[in-house]
Write a protein that binds this ligand. Structure first.
Ligand SMILES: [Zn+2]
Ligand SMILES: [Zn+2]
Length: 223
Protein backbone atom coordinates (compact mmCIF):
# COMPACT_ATOMS: atom_id res chain seq x y z
CA UNK A 1 0.00 0.00 0.00
CA UNK A 2 1.51 3.29 -1.11
CA UNK A 3 0.51 5.89 1.42
CA UNK A 4 2.38 8.66 -0.37
CA UNK A 5 4.50 11.23 1.36
CA UNK A 6 3.47 12.44 4.75
CA UNK A 7 2.20 15.95 5.49
CA UNK A 8 2.89 17.04 9.05
CA UNK A 9 0.81 20.02 10.13
CA UNK A 10 1.67 20.39 13.82
CA UNK A 11 5.25 20.75 15.08
CA UNK A 12 7.23 22.94 17.47
CA UNK A 13 10.69 24.48 17.42
CA UNK A 14 12.75 26.29 20.02
CA UNK A 15 10.77 29.42 19.19
CA UNK A 16 8.32 27.89 21.67
CA UNK A 17 8.92 24.66 23.62
CA UNK A 18 10.43 22.45 20.93
CA UNK A 19 14.12 21.55 21.04
CA UNK A 20 15.14 22.03 17.39
CA UNK A 21 15.82 25.13 15.34
CA UNK A 22 13.36 25.40 12.44
CA UNK A 23 15.78 24.29 9.73
CA UNK A 24 16.81 21.16 11.65
CA UNK A 25 13.15 20.25 12.11
CA UNK A 26 12.64 20.68 8.35
CA UNK A 27 15.72 18.60 7.59
CA UNK A 28 14.67 15.75 9.86
CA UNK A 29 11.12 15.72 8.51
CA UNK A 30 12.46 15.66 4.94
CA UNK A 31 14.89 12.81 5.65
CA UNK A 32 12.08 10.82 7.28
CA UNK A 33 10.09 11.16 4.06
CA UNK A 34 7.71 14.05 4.68
CA UNK A 35 6.57 15.99 1.64
CA UNK A 36 5.21 18.90 3.65
CA UNK A 37 5.75 20.36 7.10
CA UNK A 38 3.92 23.14 8.92
CA UNK A 39 5.77 24.77 11.79
CA UNK A 40 3.20 25.75 14.40
CA UNK A 41 4.83 27.10 17.53
CA UNK A 42 2.79 27.91 20.62
CA UNK A 43 1.71 31.54 20.65
CA UNK A 44 -0.41 33.91 22.69
CA UNK A 45 -0.68 37.72 22.72
CA UNK A 46 2.94 38.17 23.78
CA UNK A 47 4.85 36.38 21.05
CA UNK A 48 2.66 35.99 17.96
CA UNK A 49 4.38 38.70 15.90
CA UNK A 50 7.85 37.57 16.89
CA UNK A 51 7.28 33.89 16.16
CA UNK A 52 5.70 34.47 12.75
CA UNK A 53 8.37 36.97 11.74
CA UNK A 54 11.12 34.48 12.63
CA UNK A 55 9.48 31.51 10.92
CA UNK A 56 8.76 33.44 7.76
CA UNK A 57 12.50 33.94 7.28
CA UNK A 58 12.56 30.27 6.21
CA UNK A 59 10.48 31.09 3.14
CA UNK A 60 12.49 30.73 -0.02
CA UNK A 61 15.43 29.22 1.84
CA UNK A 62 14.42 25.55 2.00
CA UNK A 63 15.82 24.16 -1.23
CA UNK A 64 15.19 20.49 -0.37
CA UNK A 65 12.12 18.74 -1.83
CA UNK A 66 9.75 19.52 1.05
CA UNK A 67 7.07 22.20 1.25
CA UNK A 68 7.31 24.31 4.39
CA UNK A 69 4.44 26.33 5.86
CA UNK A 70 4.59 28.81 8.73
CA UNK A 71 1.88 28.88 11.31
CA UNK A 72 0.92 29.05 14.93
CA UNK A 73 -0.76 27.04 17.63
CA UNK A 74 -2.94 29.42 19.65
CA UNK A 75 -2.40 28.03 23.13
CA UNK A 76 -4.46 28.57 26.31
CA UNK A 77 -6.20 31.65 24.93
CA UNK A 78 -9.30 32.86 26.84
CA UNK A 79 -12.32 31.66 24.86
CA UNK A 80 -13.61 35.16 24.15
CA UNK A 81 -10.22 36.17 22.68
CA UNK A 82 -9.68 33.22 20.33
CA UNK A 83 -11.41 34.58 17.22
CA UNK A 84 -9.56 37.88 17.46
CA UNK A 85 -6.15 36.26 17.81
CA UNK A 86 -6.84 33.75 15.02
CA UNK A 87 -7.74 36.64 12.70
CA UNK A 88 -4.57 38.43 13.75
CA UNK A 89 -2.48 35.35 12.95
CA UNK A 90 -3.91 35.30 9.43
CA UNK A 91 -3.30 39.03 9.02
CA UNK A 92 0.31 38.50 10.06
CA UNK A 93 0.68 35.95 7.28
CA UNK A 94 0.26 32.58 9.04
CA UNK A 95 -0.24 29.85 6.43
CA UNK A 96 -2.00 27.70 9.01
CA UNK A 97 -3.72 28.35 12.34
CA UNK A 98 -4.08 25.59 14.89
CA UNK A 99 -6.03 25.95 18.12
CA UNK A 100 -4.81 24.02 21.18
CA UNK A 101 -7.95 22.07 22.07
CA UNK A 102 -9.31 20.61 25.29
CA UNK A 103 -6.68 17.92 25.83
CA UNK A 104 -7.39 15.41 28.61
CA UNK A 105 -4.03 16.27 30.20
CA UNK A 106 -4.14 20.08 30.43
CA UNK A 107 -6.48 22.59 32.10
CA UNK A 108 -7.69 24.12 28.83
CA UNK A 109 -10.68 26.45 29.33
CA UNK A 110 -14.04 24.78 28.71
CA UNK A 111 -15.61 26.13 25.55
CA UNK A 112 -12.29 26.23 23.65
CA UNK A 113 -13.30 23.32 21.38
CA UNK A 114 -16.61 24.93 20.46
CA UNK A 115 -14.98 28.27 19.75
CA UNK A 116 -12.32 26.59 17.59
CA UNK A 117 -14.74 24.70 15.35
CA UNK A 118 -16.83 27.87 15.00
CA UNK A 119 -13.93 30.07 13.92
CA UNK A 120 -13.37 30.59 10.19
CA UNK A 121 -9.68 31.35 10.71
CA UNK A 122 -8.89 28.06 12.49
CA UNK A 123 -7.68 25.21 10.26
CA UNK A 124 -7.14 22.48 12.86
CA UNK A 125 -8.58 21.95 16.33
CA UNK A 126 -5.70 20.09 17.98
CA UNK A 127 -6.27 17.22 20.42
CA UNK A 128 -9.89 18.09 21.33
CA UNK A 129 -10.07 15.23 23.79
CA UNK A 130 -12.90 13.36 25.41
CA UNK A 131 -15.11 16.43 25.69
CA UNK A 132 -15.55 16.78 21.91
CA UNK A 133 -19.28 16.48 21.24
CA UNK A 134 -21.36 15.47 18.23
CA UNK A 135 -22.48 19.07 17.87
CA UNK A 136 -18.85 20.33 17.91
CA UNK A 137 -18.00 17.84 15.16
CA UNK A 138 -21.03 18.86 13.09
CA UNK A 139 -19.94 22.51 13.31
CA UNK A 140 -16.37 21.52 12.39
CA UNK A 141 -17.65 19.76 9.30
CA UNK A 142 -19.76 22.76 8.35
CA UNK A 143 -16.80 25.15 8.70
CA UNK A 144 -14.10 22.91 7.25
CA UNK A 145 -12.15 22.76 10.53
CA UNK A 146 -10.02 19.61 10.77
CA UNK A 147 -10.13 17.61 14.00
CA UNK A 148 -6.84 16.15 15.15
CA UNK A 149 -5.80 12.65 16.07
CA UNK A 150 -2.42 12.89 17.74
CA UNK A 151 0.51 10.58 18.27
CA UNK A 152 1.54 12.64 21.29
CA UNK A 153 1.56 10.90 24.65
CA UNK A 154 -1.14 12.19 26.99
CA UNK A 155 -3.09 14.16 24.39
CA UNK A 156 -3.70 10.88 22.56
CA UNK A 157 -5.93 9.64 25.40
CA UNK A 158 -8.74 11.50 23.66
CA UNK A 159 -8.18 9.91 20.22
CA UNK A 160 -10.89 7.26 20.44
CA UNK A 161 -13.57 9.80 21.27
CA UNK A 162 -12.35 12.20 18.58
CA UNK A 163 -12.36 9.44 15.93
CA UNK A 164 -15.81 8.20 16.90
CA UNK A 165 -17.50 11.60 17.10
CA UNK A 166 -15.82 12.94 13.95
CA UNK A 167 -16.68 9.83 11.92
CA UNK A 168 -20.35 9.99 12.83
CA UNK A 169 -20.52 13.68 11.90
CA UNK A 170 -18.39 13.12 8.78
CA UNK A 171 -16.00 15.81 10.02
CA UNK A 172 -12.48 15.80 8.60
CA UNK A 173 -9.76 14.16 10.69
CA UNK A 174 -6.02 14.57 10.36
CA UNK A 175 -3.13 12.79 12.12
CA UNK A 176 -0.44 15.04 13.59
CA UNK A 177 2.57 14.41 15.79
CA UNK A 178 2.69 17.68 17.75
CA UNK A 179 6.44 17.05 17.53
CA UNK A 180 8.63 18.79 20.09
CA UNK A 181 11.80 16.77 19.47
CA UNK A 182 13.28 14.69 16.65
CA UNK A 183 12.02 11.34 17.92
CA UNK A 184 8.42 12.60 17.81
CA UNK A 185 8.27 12.73 14.00
CA UNK A 186 6.57 9.71 12.39
CA UNK A 187 6.25 7.95 9.05
CA UNK A 188 3.02 7.47 7.08
CA UNK A 189 2.84 3.88 8.35
CA UNK A 190 3.02 5.10 11.94
CA UNK A 191 0.37 7.73 11.22
CA UNK A 192 -1.88 5.00 9.82
CA UNK A 193 -1.34 3.07 13.02
CA UNK A 194 -2.43 6.08 15.11
CA UNK A 195 -5.66 6.28 13.10
CA UNK A 196 -6.29 2.53 13.42
CA UNK A 197 -5.65 2.57 17.18
CA UNK A 198 -8.16 5.41 17.47
CA UNK A 199 -10.73 2.93 16.21
CA UNK A 200 -11.08 3.88 12.53
CA UNK A 201 -11.60 1.17 9.92
CA UNK A 202 -8.64 0.56 7.62
CA UNK A 203 -10.37 2.32 4.72
CA UNK A 204 -11.18 5.35 6.86
CA UNK A 205 -7.67 5.43 8.34
CA UNK A 206 -6.14 5.44 4.87
CA UNK A 207 -8.50 8.21 3.78
CA UNK A 208 -7.39 10.28 6.79
CA UNK A 209 -3.62 9.92 6.34
CA UNK A 210 -3.69 10.30 2.56
CA UNK A 211 -6.76 12.12 1.28
CA UNK A 212 -7.51 14.44 4.16
CA UNK A 213 -3.98 15.62 4.65
CA UNK A 214 -3.63 16.30 0.92
CA UNK A 215 -6.86 18.26 1.01
CA UNK A 216 -5.50 20.45 3.79
CA UNK A 217 -2.22 20.78 1.88
CA UNK A 218 -4.15 22.10 -1.14
CA UNK A 219 -5.83 24.68 1.08
CA UNK A 220 -2.46 25.90 2.37
CA UNK A 221 -0.98 26.07 -1.12
CA UNK A 222 -3.81 28.28 -2.28
CA UNK A 223 -3.10 30.91 0.36
ZN1 LIG B 1 4.34 22.30 23.48
ZN1 LIG C 1 1.30 21.55 19.80
Amino acid sequence: MDLGRRCEFHAHTFYSDGVLCPMELVRRAFVLGDGALAITDHVDFTNIEHVLRQQRALKGNVSWDIEVFCGVELTHIPVDRIAGLAAKARRLGADIVILHGESPVEPVEAGTNREGVSCADVDILAHPGNGLTAEDAAIARENGVFLELTSRKGHSKGNRNVARVASRAKAMLVVDTDAHEPGDLITQEQALDVALKAGLSRADAIRVVKGNSWELLERLRER
